[in-house]
Design a protein around this ligand. Structure first.
Ligand code: ADP
Length: 276
């Protein structure tokens, strides 16, 4: 008797197990289907963004060329007032160009379609390149830029040079753009535990404490930056963080509102093998 009821229990438990495992298989199939659909939607979105962005690029490049010719008087004389308007339109066009290329970068980063090529590079060569591309307004504002650490035996870094150049450009641009009047920007390079640590320090508007945790969020801009109407899209630091994480390193900052900010990045001195 005892034996019979035990075996019945076993049979029931087995049946139950069978039901549960069938249900799990069904759920698994449903989940795969949903995942596949999500991937398809993602691909469509990505295709849309990239088509729109590429189509916007061509007319913007054309505008840039025409506006430059017009403002330089190459099509006919322009007076100072007309020139000032043309320069304004030129600058807006430039902002659109930047936005469109940021849009493409964001899409490539979020869909993991950016290819990384790691090479041995000299960090000071990259800094010099970034400095050569600074906007003329930096000098006009009276901002001085110092580079420290050149003679301290800094090792070579293993990086994707174009992408790290974009990160440096962004940090230096921010340091100069968020300094309202004149000021000093200090770029410092140090050796740091198997890494090279680079910092960009400014004495600009700083970042309020209560929003510091949002600074690397895509499209986030601090209220003190938007209040003074400094141009920006809030994409640069988001992209920078993604790029550094792909190098197995990071970016962070210290800042005090009204006093200034220091952004830090670390760069690997050996090829990064991990999957970030
Ligand atoms: P953008 O400068 O185009 O707005 P970023 O992603 O580079 O975008 O920066 C995000 C936000 O972080 C900025 O809008 C600004 O509020 C703040 N920020 C970045 N760098 C600085 C800096 N050096 N000084 C003060 N605020 C900064």
């Amino acid at each position: 008797m005892e034996n019979n009821s035990d075996s019945q229990k076993l049979i029931d438990a087995n049946n139950e197990l069978d039901k549960v495992s069938k249900m799990l298989v069904r759920r698994d199939r449903e989940l795969s289907l949903v995942k596949e659909q999500a991937l398809q939607v993602d691909e469509l979105k990505s295709e849309f963004v990239s088509t729109v962005a590429h189509q916007l690029r061509t007319p913007l490049a054309g505008n840039k060329w025409i506006l430059s010719m017009l403002s330089h008087g190459e099509v006919g004389p322009v007076n100072e007032e007309q020139k000032a308007f043309l320069v304004k339109v030129y600058n807006s066009n430039e902002r659109m160009v930047t936005l469109v290329s940021e849009l493409l970068d964001i899409d490539r980063v979020t869909t993991n379609r950016i290819k990384y090529t790691f090479v041995e590079a000299d960090i000071f060569t990259l800094i010099n390149k970034a400095l050569a591309e600074l906007s003329p307004s930096v000098e006009m504002k009276g901002i001085r830029i110092f580079v420290e650490g050149r003679d301290s035996g800094i090792p070579k870094v293993f990086i994707d040079a174009d992408k790290i150049a974009a990160v440096l450009q962004n940090l230096i641009d921010n340091a100069t753009k968020y300094t309202l009047g004149s000021g000093d920007v200090i770029i410092k390079v140090e050796k740091n535990d198997g890494h090279v640590k680079l910092s960009v320090k400014d004495n600009g508007i700083g970042i309020p404490k209560n929003v510091q945790n949002k600074i690397f969020t895509l499209f986030y801009r601090a209220p003190n930056a938007t209040q003074v109407e400094i141009d920006g899209s809030g994409a640069g630091l988001y992209l920078s963080k993604k790029i550094l994480n792909k190098h197995g390193t990071d970016i962070w900052f210290e800042s005090e509102e009204g006093k200034g900010s220091t952004f830090y990045v670390t760069l690997p001195t050996k090829p990064f093998k991990g999957v970030a």
